[in-house]
Design a protein around this ligand. Structure first.
Ligand SMILES: [Zn+2]
Length: 305
């Protein structure tokens, strides 16, 4: 299928405040939130949906920029050796399905992990090849990597992925066209709403559903650290739990969707795993809460709205 034209690049001699309206409007409208997909009721009369997700980046956080740090790769390996098993145990204990987004390189390094994830009732979705940044790739390479990533996940798990979370939630002007052309059901990388919505491209509905994320509901924001910079975790685990719980409580009060993004190498520690378990317990203590994979939530809202 032919590529749609990307937004006009401003001439080098024009500053943004000098751009004519068609120029900035085309940039804004290239990828946009369209109609809201918010059902009156969730399955079984539930009043709130909970979508838990885990981005199994493992070693690719180091590899994607060409890094070769053995120390940082060991942190990635922790995600596979300790993080994912701890997470799967909690999910199993509470019978909660979740979605795991897995780069093709990680799926190749840890095929048994992905098979266990799927065997235990969870979803595996696309998360790039090696956690590359889409916005710096040549369009043909981005298309090739996204398609090959889907093939690798299908080969490893036996299930064709139906959704994508772009690595680092990074979107190029081509990403949505690739996702649409691949026939994927949904994307989960953008942030225009708290409810699902249909993505539009240049003013036209694409049929691709967005299940929106937010940095506020991402453990990496609060727990990331860098030994050689001033970046340190600045929110204690209790504070992170409090933010996530308030996000859930408001979603429940509004009858909406609570979506959360976590990373096995961020949440999967002895002093942090309680956040996940306590959140699940908290949600379970409410009547009418539907826990589902991102794919199942998207299928439901697409049919109901
Ligand atoms: Zn990631």
């Amino acid at each position: 299928m032919a590529l749609r034209p990307v937004p006009v690049t401003p001439p080098a001699d024009l500053e943004p405040w000098q751009w004519p309206e068609p120029q900035w409007r085309a940039i804004v409208e290239h990828v946009r939130a369209g109609r809201t997909l918010r059902p009156e009721r969730w399955p079984g009369g539930a009043r709130c949906a909970v979508a838990l997700s885990f981005d199994s980046d493992h070693e690719t956080n180091e590899l994607r920029d060409g890094g070769k740090s053995i120390g940082r790769m060991s942190q990635g390996q922790y995600g596979a050796r300790q993080g994912v098993p701890r997470i799967l145990d909690v999910l199993k204990r509470h019978s909660v399905p979740a979605s795991f987004y897995v780069p093709a390189v990680v799926a190749t390094l840890y095929p048994d992990e992905q098979r266990r994830v799927v065997a235990e009732g969870h979803e595996v979705g696309i998360h790039g090849w090696i956690h590359e940044r889409n916005s710096i790739l040549p369009p043909a390479d981005e298309r090739d990597l996204q398609m090959r990533s889907a093939d690798v996940l299908e080969k490893v798990t036996g299930v064709r992925p139906v959704g994508i979370r772009t690595p680092s939630w990074d979107f190029s002007p081509e990403t949505l066209a690739i996702t649409r052309d691949m026939g994927l059901l949904y994307d989960s990388s953008l942030m225009a709403d708290v409810d699902c919505y249909e993505l539009e491209m240049d003013g036209e509905p694409t049929g691709v559903v967005e299940l929106p994320v937010e940095w506020i509901r991402d453990d990496a924001v609060y727990f990331a650290m860098n030994r050689f910079s001033a970046l340190r975790p600045y929110t204690p685990p209790e504070g992170v739990f409090d933010i996530f719980r308030r996000e859930f409580d408001a979603a429940y009060a509004e009858g909406g969707l609570f979506q959360l993004t976590m990373h096995p190498h961020m949440i999967g520690y002895r002093s942090r795993m309680w956040i996940l378990e306590e959140l699940i317990r908290h949600a379970r203590a409410h009547e009418g809460v539907w826990f589902a994979t991102h794919a199942d939530i998207v299928r439901y809202v697409k049919a109901a709205c």
